[in-house]
Design a protein around this ligand. Structure first.
Ligand code: GRF
Length: 208
């Protein structure tokens, strides 16, 4: 008796800017390293460069100026994500805080990538903060999203050594290389059903 193929994970990727992490996800899917399909790419910025990487996939610009508050905005996101059958929401350089309106229907199904070893240096300019603080090691973090910024349970991190001659640009560039590897790898693990949340701790099975 033949078994039905398991359903393919459908992604919704939220972006606001450059889109290099979006590109890394798309390339991983195309290479066959990530068993997922792109449901929709949603941008909070009309002219985000990320949209240039989205060729062939459904995209949508949701204009923050059209909504009076963040919850109303997030309600539109939920509707859009649902219309595209999204299972997992990926924040990839998405520059807005998300509200319970988005988090509740996608509980434990929203992940974010941040360019520091959280809980150190949440918020904007994480690499600049790390250099200013004088840390010797920084890196990137993929975590589940909760109602606090850059705060939810940590899924995976990659460390990057800070060099004495690093600038914000050089450190950011080395961290970005690791981001592009880590984010698709975490999504792949999610797609395999390997991630288990136990309070603040996330078991990922084998090392990423
Ligand atoms: C990345 O450094 C990511 O960690 C942070 O915003 C940046 C987005 O870069 N959240 P890109 O738009 O994916 O190139």
């Amino acid at each position: 008796m033949s078994r039905a193929a398991p359903p393919v994970l459908t992604l919704g990727v939220l972006v606001s800017g450059r889109g290099s992490n979006l590109r890394a996800i798309i390339e991983a899917i195309r290479r066959g390293d990530l068993a997922a399909q792109m449901g929709v790419i949603i941008s909070s910025k009309k002219d985000a460069a990320a949209l240039d990487h989205a060729a062939g996939y459904p995209t949508c610009f949701v204009d923050p100026a059209r909504y009076s508050d963040r919850r109303e905005y997030d309600a539109v996101l939920v509707e859009t994500l649902r219309n595209h059958g999204v299972d997992l929401v990926v924040l990839a350089g998405y520059m807005r805080l998300v509200t319970p309106t988005l988090i509740a229907p996608y509980q434990n199904r929203i992940i974010n990538i941040h360019p520091s070893l959280l809980p150190a240096f949440p918020g904007l300019h994480a690499q600049r903060q790390a250099l200013a603080h004088g840390v010797k090691v920084s890196g990137c973090t993929v975590h589940f999203v909760d109602e606090e910024m850059d705060h939810g349970p940590i899924i995976a991190q990659t460390a990057v050594t800070v060099r004495e001659d690093d600038t914000e640009a050089s450190l950011s560039a080395r961290i970005l290389v690791e981001e592009h590897r880590l984010l698709p790898a975490v999504i792949a693990r999610y797609a395999e059903g390997e991630l288990r949340i136990e309070g603040r701790r996330v078991a990922v099975g084998a090392s990423l």
